[in-house]
Design a protein around this ligand. Structure first.
Ligand code: IVH
Length: 405
């Protein structure tokens, strides 16, 4: 039996939960902690002892992030509003055409205001908060219904368990975002998997998806996953007027938001921001495959509406791809113009940046040995400019198969 709780202990527990959640936010969302890890651990232990002694556990207690037992299967969750996909643009010209369509549809002469954000390459997620508390987290699924992955998502430290810091807390709100894994973490995870003889993940997106879709939340907890939030789903009780306003609200409410969100008036400014993101993406610790351009004003978004599965008010600009993953069919010697024999890999055709690649130079036999490239291997090929594509790395694994969740 737990002991009756004195009011000062109750207050102390409430204070510890509040402080620990704040420090968690400083560390995992702002990347700017104000106390040491040891101090955090000390407070955490103190909270855990009180909770156990008095059996008084708040729903947003940081102790509740871990420890949920494994499930047999995921429950299905219907999204109140469908989670749509985005149309793609592969050139600045296509972004201009998108702007043209928006203006024509709205009968607008003036420049349209847009937001531009990086496109995160991860797993789309919907977080549902009721009266400020995290109620459920679900995957996108087919856009209409996904899987209930709440216990797994709770283990991700940058996911707020409670909406705080804002005056307006909606009665119920669906917040959409992306769960992703940093490139460094992905590489470390793959190294570890290879050492254990497990198949590696093909890319950080698959690693993030595979980590979330685990029946045992302790596996998700062991992977360093991140969240970024970029849009609302169904909202009750608060009115947001624009994407910009929503992003500012998310920030105040302690949600992680995309590394760059810019307001751009007219398509020229949009293209400028796209260039900025493309320039800065190499310094991002995560993978981005493009930029998302959205009409800022929610009223205009509603007027523009949705086609079948994509909204008319947004587009994803895709950066030209330089790398692709494929399999080695054959390794053959090839005689060059100067008579030098170089080994060449014949590949299963793969489209990289609008070009189909079906062969790749292997430079020399030493290189093959060094990289341990064999027929049947899955390889990452890179095409830079017009030079002959080359093999960057082999994705090794048991039976040479990739792990696609
Ligand atoms: S907005 C109407 N913003 O891209 C759809 N999506 O192809 C609203 N994504 O399923 C999506 N970063 O998982 C939006 N900054 C961003 C994004 C983003 C990544 C993903 C999202 C979505 C997919 C659309």
């Amino acid at each position: 039996m737990s002991e009756k709780i004195p009011p000062e202990v109750k207050q102390e527990i409430e204070r510890l939960v509040r402080d620990l959640n704040y420090h968690c936010y400083r560390y995992y969302v702002l990347d700017s902690p104000v106390i040491s890890d040891e101090e955090y651990d000390r407070l955490f232990l103190r909270l855990k002892e009180f909770e156990e002694k008095y059996n008084y556990i708040l729903p947003d207690s940081p102790t509740q992030r871990v420890g949920a037992p494994p499930l047999d299967k995921f429950e299905k969750v219907r999204h109140t509003e469908p989670m749509l996909s985005l149309d793609n643009a592969f050139s600045h010209e296509e972004v201009r055409e998108f702007d043209g369509r928006v203006k024509r549809f709205l009968g607008a002469d003036d420049e349209i205001e847009y937001t531009v954000e990086p496109k995160y390459d991860g797993l789309a997620i919907e977080l549902t908060y009721r009266d400020g508390l995290l109620l459920r987290a679900s995957t996108r699924g087919d856009g209409y219904a996904g899987e209930d992955v709440t216990r797994n998502i709770r283990t991700i430290k940058s996911v707020p368990l409670k909406i705080q810091g804002v005056k307006e807390v909606p009665g119920e709100i669906d917040i959409r975002g992306e769960i992703y894994m940093d490139i460094e973490e992905f590489e470390a995870l793959n190294r570890e998997r290879e050492e254990k003889g497990e198949s590696p993940f093909a890319n950080p997106r698959n690693a993030a998806a595979g980590s979330v879709r685990q029946l045992d939340p302790s596996i998700t907890a062991s992977r360093r996953l991140h969240l970024t939030c970029y849009g609302p789903g169904a909202v009750k009780g608060v009115e947001f007027r624009s994407q910009w306003e929503f992003i500012r609200w998310l920030e105040k409410a302690r949600f992680p938001v995309p590394a760059i969100v810019r307001l751009a008036k007219g398509v020229d400014e949009v293209v400028e921001v796209i260039r900025e993101i493309e320039e800065k993406r190499r310094h991002f610790p995560f993978e981005t495959d493009g930029a998302v351009v959205k009409v800022n004003d929610f009223e205009l978004q509603r007027t523009l509406g949705v086609k079948t599965r994509e909204p008319r008010w947004a587009i994803a600009y895709k950066f030209p791809a330089h790398q692709g993953t494929t399999r080695v069919r054959e390794i053959i010697p090839s005689v060059g113009r100067t008579g030098v024999i170089t080994p060449v890999a014949l590949l299963e055709p793969v489209r990289i940046g609008g070009v189909t690649v079906s062969r790749s130079t292997l430079h020399n036999w030493d290189e093959i040995e060094k990289k341990d490239i064999r027929v049947g291997d899955t390889v990452v090929v890179e095409r830079a400019g017009d030079v002959i594509p080359h093999v960057v790395m082999v994705i090794k694994g048991k039976g040479k198969t990739l792990c696609h969740p």
